[in-house]
Design a protein around this ligand. Structure first.
Ligand SMILES: *Cc1c(COP(=O)(O)O)cnc(C)c1O
Ligand code: SF4
Length: 329
């Protein structure tokens, strides 16, 4: 019998990283797809098996598959797309910390992810300069301690929940010793893509300090929510963790009202409120996923006509130099 820590780590290690294997599992005829794949890339295929199990067999346009399959479209250069569209280097005062907005800072707590989402805006982020080991957090902690306007710290990445429980617990303890910090926010896709990660000992690590915990999940399509994910979300909710979901508006994946409405409703049935619907950041290699602002606005209008106000996400885009995410609806 594995203990739960070993079981999620095993699931993380055993992720599918080979396109041919993915096609075999999904009964996909790899032949017609073959000249569209990228076989070798710095940001290669990575997808946990429990996420693959939620994909529809035999469907090359499955919305979950489309989020992870590396296609040659990524190699096309788009004129208004770049490597660092958010100009994050300008808000990176000490290693591992981004300070863009009043009152909150974001820590790049981990460099890796359990899944490689093809549209990811951090695919070109210089993680190697921003991944301090546990002892390397001193400059970031000092930075936060010196600025009493900061009341919220966001653990992001990469995915902060790929860190082990004792590492997280130690980091959170150090954060909690800074008196003006009140809220601990975790931005993570793991409750959705690797629900095994939500163990009792993780929940203890997240809730043991005096900081008020908020978990912002990242779920783009209702089919990502299966029984295991629902159990993981329930466990978080029962520990009094506030749950929000941010998602990305993606061409061919969730760019229609029915999918978005079902997703918002299903999230709510699992105690998660829709937070941000992000318009894609213009990072090189992702233009084939982009949905225009106008289309996004139309989608929000049709959602708003059918859902209670509290289930309508805010349509936002990140614009460098602005004092918050910019609302577009
Ligand atoms: C998105 C982001 C935040 C969080 O913004 P909220 O509007 O509070 O969700 C904070 N810091 C950075 C650097 C961000 O990119
Ligand atoms: S989990 Fe988040 S940070 Fe990681 S690849 Fe996906 S979108 Fe990017």
């Amino acid at each position: 019998m594995l203990n739960s820590q070993q079981s999620w780590q095993l699931a993380l290690t055993n992720a599918v990283t080979n396109v041919q294997e993915l096609c075999d599992i999904l009964n996909l005829d790899s032949h017609p797809l073959q000249n569209q794949w990228i076989h070798h890339s710095a940001f290669s295929l990575r997808v946990p098996r429990s996420f693959v199990a939620r994909m529809e067999k035999g469907n090359p346009s499955d919305p979950l598959l489309m989020q992870v399959l590396p296609l040659t479209q990524e190699l096309e250069l788009s004129p208004h797309y770049c490597q660092d569209p958010l100009q994050e280097k300008q808000s990176n005062p000490v290693p591992g910390l981004l300070h863009k907005y009043y009152g909150r800072v974001l820590l790049i707590a981990a460099s890796g992810c359990a899944i490689h989402c093809r549209y990811c805006f951090r695919r070109n982020f210089p993680y190697e300069d921003n991944s301090p080991g546990l002892s390397g957090w001193r400059p970031a902690l000092d930075y936060i301690a010196k600025d009493s306007t900061i009341s919220e710290v966001i653990l992001s990445g990469g995915d902060p929940l790929i860190l082990k429980d004792n590492y997280l617990a130690h980091l959170i303890e150090q954060l909690a010793s800074i008196p003006h910090l009140k809220i601990l926010r975790i931005h993570t896709r793991l409750p959705i893509v690797l629900p095994e990660r939500i163990t009792d000992s993780l929940i203890t690590a997240l809730t043991a300090s005096r900081l008020q915990p908020v978990v912002v999940t990242h779920c783009n399509h209702p089919r990502e929510l299966d029984r295991h994910v629902e159990q993981a979300l329930k466990a978080l909710r029962q520990a009094n963790i506030t749950l929000l979901n941010q998602f990305v508006l993606l061409r061919g994946i969730n760019d229609n009202p029915d999918t978005l409405i079902t997703l918002c409703q299903q999230l709510f049935f699992n105690g998660v409120l829709p937070y941000y619907l992000n318009l894609l950041d213009p990072v090189q290699g992702t233009e084939h996923f982009a949905v225009s602002t106008e289309e996004g606005q139309q989608l929000i209008q049709s959602i708003r006509a059918r859902l209670p106000g509290y289930l309508v996400p805010k349509l936002v885009r990140e614009v460098p130099g602005e004092t918050s995410k910019v609302k577009k609806d």
